[in-house]
Design a protein around this ligand. Structure first.
Ligand code: 5GP
Ligand code: MG
Length: 183
């Protein structure tokens, strides 16, 4: 699909290189993930879905509405790339989930896993709070080689391009696009 049909609306004339995953493709995959996650847990797991802000907010909102189980939602805020397009390797926690993780099935929802640095820093901190299980669902996954904390669920294998839309930003722009595009 050509990005040009979006130029006058959400893009406000700014250019994206190409649409990588259309709105329909994203929605179909999110439905599938919701079904898989619903099958993997039971009511007794007391599922707690933790969204890593800000990038996961659109994905999280769509995903939880496709999970056919009782669940709670909380958030976690870590430092971001800012205006850079590559990771600094320095992940700071600005907000920890207020919910108790003790004895619960915790599902961390990430927008995109690239080097794995974010997960490597965050997962031990969540694990230390005593969840019964701790899994990751990432909308996008850039690398698959030699990862310590591979996500259990992945929406799409991502090309090695800088992606925006469906929650992902560049310097806070583009988060509201209903599709995923590359810059
Ligand atoms: P990692 O720590 O795995 O290297 O990077 C994960 C984080 O980097 C993601 O949560 C996301 O904020 C950011 N990131 C990595 N690749 C991209 C990308 O292509 N586009 C955007 N917008 N953010 C990215
Ligand atoms: Mg992020």
């Amino acid at each position: 699909m050509s990005p040009s049909r979006f130029d006058q609306g959400q893009l406000g004339g700014r250019a994206v290189r190409r649409v990588v995953f259309t709105e329909a493709e994203v929605q179909e995959r999110v439905h599938e993930l919701g079904a898989e996650i619903s099958d993997a847990y039971t009511r007794d797991d007391r599922l707690l879905v933790i969204g890593l802000l800000k990038g996961s907010f659109v994905f999280l909102a769509d995903l939880v509405r496709r999970i056919a189980l009782p669940l709670h939602v909380d958030f976690l805020v870590a430092s971001s790339y800012g205006k850079a397009k590559v990771t600094s390797g320095d992940v700071r926690l600005l907000y920890d989930p207020a919910s108790s993780l003790q004895g619960r099935a915790v599902l961390l929802v990430e927008d995109i896993v690239d080097s794995g640095t974010t997960l490597r820093k965050l997962l031990p901190r969540l694990e230390a709070r005593g969840p019964a299980s701790l899994e990751v669902c990432a909308l996008l996954h850039k690398r698959t080689d030699g990862e310590e904390h591979a996500p259990r669920w992945v929406g799409f294998d991502a090309p090695n391009e800088f992606l925006v839309g469906y929650g992902l930003d560049h310097a806070e722009d583009f988060r509201h696009l209903p599709y995923i595009a590359s810059l």
